[in-house]
Design a protein around this ligand. Structure first.
Ligand code: TXA
Ligand code: MG
Length: 345
């Protein structure tokens, strides 16, 4: 299959071309404000199956349905989730996915047999135009091969999906660079995956909000994943990623020692550094992630940098930061990409 890439500069034309494929049961990769999604008609179980095939995704991992208006979300849920209107008014369109009990129109393929369904409205004009023109909710996971870092440009999507899907809509680099916050409202509110809508921002609306224990730790043996996506190896490049968490200078000193050790063994090593620590690495080979003062900068570069460094390194050494605000989303993705190889100083 030949994979075409077309720009979303002409929003309506791109949406019309994408929607024709979606309505015919096909797959279309499209930009969102978080990462690129791999979309199919979310009401058509056979179309949704093709997503799992193209990604090589285990089919017990449920998908998010993307909508372009609030009323479309309410048709997918069995009743109105607590807090939903307030959350939608505050954060939609935007990087917040809401989970609640599903209605009858949601196919089993989307929910992987669960009695709940995840829904979000992306803050991206090309994505919403595609959903509108399709006239159905669009089921979409991140548009990477299962296990790989999520794609934040159309070029990343092409790298993983060339020959596997007919069309990629190219809307340029994604604004946030990490996937949406996933919040379950089926029961007491709990964050299953952190994102750019932070725990602090949600607490301001909800009062209390819990964090799933698996956000910063591997699942314990026998523990059941609140979100099935948490149990798989994730976001991992081919290179081994290792993380050191601490203040800029001590973290850099420790990473320098690791760098020198791996280099002496003949490994090709790169450091993913924060601006604050850069002066401590001397002439070791570094790539800039962003600044500790604003972890959103670390989020927006992380996946792209892992893909770039993977081309030239056997080992990627990365600084970890605190988990306040968007630091939690950064550390959640980074620790998974490292398979939890981490030192806390
Ligand atoms: O920003 C995003 O959310 C991107 C863009 C494309 O919208 N999508 C995305 O989808 O990250 P995906 O499939 O890569 O991640 C969805 C996560 C998975 O961890 C999945 O297990 C979880 O949401 N999930 C989906 N439905 C669920 C449900 N009913 N109950 C619990 N977890 C669910
Ligand atoms: Mg994903």
């Amino acid at each position: 299959m030949k994979t075409s890439v077309i720009s979303t500069a002409n929003t309506d034309q791109a949406a019309a071309q994408g929607a024709a494929l979606i309505r015919a049961g096909g797959l279309v990769a499209f930009p969102t404000e978080t990462v690129y999604g791999l979309g199919a008609n979310g009401l058509d179980g056979r179309a949704v199956d093709r997503i799992f095939e193209a990604k090589g995704r285990p089919n017990d991992n449920p998908l998010i349905l993307h909508v372009a208006e609030n009323e479309a979300a309410f048709r997918l849920w069995a009743g109105e989730p607590p807090f939903a209107r307030k959350l939608m008014d505050t954060f939609w369109p935007g990087p917040l996915t809401l989970i609640y009990y599903r209605s009858d129109i949601v196919p089993d393929e989307v929910t992987a047999g669960l009695d709940t369904v995840a829904v979000r409205m992306p803050d991206n004009a090309a994505a919403r135009a595609l959903i509108d023109a399709s006239g159905v909710p669009i089921a979409a996971p991140s548009a990477n091969l299962s296990g790989k870092p999520s794609p934040t440009t159309a070029a990343h999507v092409l790298q993983d999906m060339n020959g596997r899907i007919p069309l990629i809509l190219d809307g340029g680099p994604c604004r946030y660079g990490v996937e949406s916050t996933v919040l379950s409202l089926a029961g007491a509110p709990i964050i299953l995956r952190p994102g750019a809508v932070t725990k602090e921002m949600l607490a301001a609306v909800l009062g209390e909000v819990a964090l799933a224990p698996s956000i910063l730790a591997p699942l314990a043996a026998g523990e059941k994943a609140a979100s099935p996506g948490m149990k798989y190896k994730h976001y991992a490049p081919n290179a081994q990623v290792m993380v050191v968490v601490g203040a800029a200078e001590p973290a850099a000193r420790r990473l320098c020692a690791l760098y020198d050790g791996f280099t002496a063994r003949g490994d090709r090593v790169r450091i993913a550094a924060t601006e604050e620590a850069l002066p401590f690495y001397g002439d070791r080979r570094c790539a800039l992630l962003g600044t500790r003062k604003d972890p959103a900068t670390l989020c927006s570069r992380l996946f792209a940098l892992l893909r770039e460094l993977d081309e030239e390194a056997d080992v990627i050494l990365c600084e970890g930061v605190g988990v306040e605000g968007t630091g939690l989303a950064f550390m959640n993705r980074l620790l998974r990409s490292a398979g939890f190889r981490v030192e806390y100083l």
